[in-house]
Ligand binder design. Structure first.
Ligand code: 13P
Length: 241
């Protein structure tokens, strides 16, 4: 059985002070969350040490939003595996559509990053998904299958989470219909050797739609942007019914 993992992706939001305020509101609201649900907060690099200090011994896992494939070197603006594991990071988002669109991330660099995250002993969360134009052109499946084929070459499928994030549903309030998300995630699963892989849905997940999304048989979790910034909203999502 695939493990359930609910992850927040804070993107480029929150200072250290705001991170502490979030934790004060959030941690106690997930104290009764069923133990088989993984909870992850993927925060900006400057906030990782705040989580590390304040979530020590907690069941909330720490996640980063990117990582370089080299152990060290002249790579201005990048971060290495050792830098993340030293402060207790367990998950790293790789290949988010915003990295692909704004920062030149390709399936080839995604592949290098995925392998490096695994080699460092952490679990990557690989993001895949189609644009509106690709969906309208009937290219959704082909695009995602290509992302998986190139991205997963040589990657250990036993230590990986995949997030299906249709780009047109991110930050738009235009959630993908739960049944359609379930269908596409079924297509993703059909491409994998590990049938027990945790596959999340991401794109305008909110307290009001999470129950329907998580009721779908193929969907094993959520990757949540905007709604993960407010403690009550993200707690409600983690505590889906
Ligand atoms: P929203 O939940 O804000 O649509 O963002 C989704 C996302 O990109 C998570 O990685």
């Amino acid at each position: 059985m695939a493990k359930t993992v609910i992850a927040g992706n804070w993107k480029m939001f929150k200072t250290q002070r705001e991170t502490l305020e979030f934790l004060q509101g959030f941690v106690e609201q997930v104290s009764d969350t069923p133990g088989d649900r993984g909870i992850v907060l993927c925060v900006p690099f400057t906030n990782l040490s705040i989580l590390s200090k304040n979530l020590h011994g907690s069941r909330i896992h720490i996640g980063a939003q990117n990582m370089h494939w080299e152990a060290n070197g002249a790579y201005t603006g990048e971060i290495s595996g050792d830098m993340l594991t030293e402060i207790g990071v367990r998950y790293v988002i790789i290949g988010h559509s915003e990295r692909r669109e704004y920062f030149g991330e390709t399936n080839a660099t995604v592949n290098l990053r995925l392998k490096a995250v695994q080699a460092a002993g952490m679990t990557p969360i690989l993001c895949v998904g189609e644009s509106k134009a690709q969906r309208d052109a009937g290219e959704t499946e082909a695009h995602i299958i290509q992302q998986l084929k190139e991205g997963l070459e040589g990657v250990d499928q036993k230590n990986l989470v995949i997030a299906y994030e249709p780009i047109w549903a991110i930050g738009t309030g235009d959630t993908c219909d739960a049944k359609e998300a379930n269908r596409v995630i079924g297509v993703i699963r059909s491409q994998l050797s590990n049938q027990d892989m945790t596959i999340q849905y991401g794109g305008s997940v909110k307290p009001g739609n999470v129950d329907e999304i998580m009721a779908q048989p193929e969907i094993n979790g959520a990757l949540v942007g905007g709604a993960s910034l407010a403690p009550a909203d993200f707690a409600r999502i983690v505590n889906y019914q």
